[in-house]
Design a protein around this ligand. Structure first.
Ligand code: FES
Length: 359
């Protein structure tokens, strides 16, 4: 788990990348260098108060650990209170509260390995992919990386020049293919969005699926679902498909009804919760809907960001009893097998639940 503390970081530079996206680089004082060491593909959680409400957002790091800088990419979302503020108001010299890097969209790179990586990025999904791409190319001198990068128009391509510069530098090991939704290229394959037919086309003509070691996927939900399904249908094993989700859609009516019924059944259940070495008994109140919100209401400052089951900031390990999760887009099979749960999605199923955030 990431340290649950927030640290104030000063902005060193805000650079406009596209008309609606910026990159933000932070100053890293010597005393925080260890705290902010990260793995390629990880993200940072930011906290800001707006009109008395605490907002938390995750943004992926877009640099490789070897670059020695800490930098994120932020695309402005329509009506986005946080992304709008970062794009329109944040500037060099400002301070912002940030949690230590975390996230599991990561890969163990090995300098001796000769691997074939393929990444699909859509829009701002390029940020963690860029971090992984740079790391693969610099840490594994014998490995190759192919990036399929989808955007609406050429103007909305984040890190366009940077990606092109890496292509020039690693001509023989890096392949980049752009897809534009609203602009016509001569070759039809490169037009349109990365949907299921397009993915099938790409896999038929541009990728030898059997030769790929790992697929990295980050972008809009439907794009990621289409790629995951297509790869699975072609026999790619789950551990070879790494997916990073920023958000997820709402639960269906049936899922919500089932969740509420489970929460009602859990009313009054006692849970033993450990956080920062402190142990506390917390009673589950169904009105709060999750273990996370019950733990926080009891006075333990359990960490969170998305509250949507994607970022895994709220991860804790169940040491006894059973819990159920509404959704899980943030934990790997391995983490599940080790007993980790996303507490923002969790409801106790038994009366003997004990869990710890100190892992
Ligand atoms: S807070 Fe993001 S998964 Fe729980």
């Amino acid at each position: 788990m990431a340290s649950i503390d927030f640290h104030k970081l000063r902005v060193a530079e805000v650079k406009r990348e596209t008309p609606d996206a910026v990159s933000v680089r932070f100053e890293l004082p010597e005393k925080l260098r260890d705290t902010f060491k990260f793995k390629a593909g990880q993200h940072l959680t930011f906290r800001r108060e707006v009109n008395g409400e605490e907002l938390r957002r995750n943004y992926s790091v877009c640099v490789s650990p070897a670059e020695g800088v800490l930098k994120i990419g932020v695309k402005k979302i329509a009506g986005g209170a946080f992304s709008g503020w970062v794009n329109d108001e944040l500037s060099a010299g400002d301070e912002i509260e940030v949690m230590a890097p975390h996230g599991s969209f990561c890969w163990e790179f090995d300098p001796g390995a000769r691997r074939e990586y393929v990444a699909f990025a859509g829009g701002s999904g390029i940020t963690p992919i860029l971090s992984l791409m740079k790391t693969a190319l610099t840490q594994e001198p014998k490995s190759r990386f192919t990036l399929f990068y989808g955007n609406r128009t050429s103007l909305s391509v984040m890190f366009l020049e940077e990606v092109a510069a890496w292509k020039d530098k690693y001509l023989d090991r890096l392949q980049i293919v752009h897809f534009l939704e609203d602009e016509e290229e001569e070759i039809a394959l490169f037009n349109g969005r990365l949907d299921r037919p397009k993915i099938e086309d790409i896999l038929d003509h541009l990728v030898d699926v059997t030769a790929v070691d790992v697929f990295f996927i980050c972008g809009p939900g439907p794009m990621m679902d289409a790629i995951e399904e297509t790869l699975s249908a072609r026999g790619v094993r789950k551990p070879q498909i790494l997916v990073e989700r920023f958000t997820t859609g709402p639960l269906s009516e049936a899922q919500t009804a089932a969740a509420r019924a489970l929460e009602a059944k859990a009313a009054g259940r006692k849970m033993n919760v450990t956080l920062n070495g402190r142990r506390m008994n917390v009673t589950f109140d169904p009105e709060r809907h999750s273990i996370l919100d019950n733990v926080r209401a009891a006075g333990l400052p359990a960490p969170f960001a998305c509250k949507g089951g994607v970022c895994a900031t709220c991860r804790a390990k169940v040491t006894s009893g059973e819990v159920s999760m509404k959704v899980n887009y943030g934990l790997s099979e391995k983490e599940l097998a080790e007993g980790y749960v996303l507490t923002c999605q969790a409801t106790p199923l038994t009366d003997d639940v004990a869990l710890t955030y100190d892992t």
